[in-house]
Design a protein. Structure first.
Length: 80
């Protein structure tokens, strides 16, 4: 089964080898037909502590690394 890959912005890098990534998604509301923005925060593993707050990153699902970490950073995101 393929692993999900998401793109988001680092909102916190205070944890050791951990970053918190905010991922936004847009969808059309089924009744009002208006574009709605929703966001989720994911704790992701950053082994080298390479990413800082404000960085655009890509994260991928992985086996659980701690109580909250089920994602790992796989690189910088693209702006397009």
């Amino acid at each position: 089964m393929p692993k999900r890959i998401l793109q988001g912005t680092v909102v916190s890098d205070k944890g050791n080898q951990t970053v918190v990534v905010n991922v936004e998604r847009f969808f059309t509301h089924p009744l009002f037909k208006k574009t709605v923005r929703r966001s989720n925060k994911f704790h992701a593993h950053d082994a080298e502590n390479a990413y800082k707050a404000g960085d655009l990153v890509r994260i991928q699902e992985c086996a659980p690394k701690s109580k909250l970490k089920r994602w790992e950073v796989i690189g910088h995101g693209s702006k397009g």
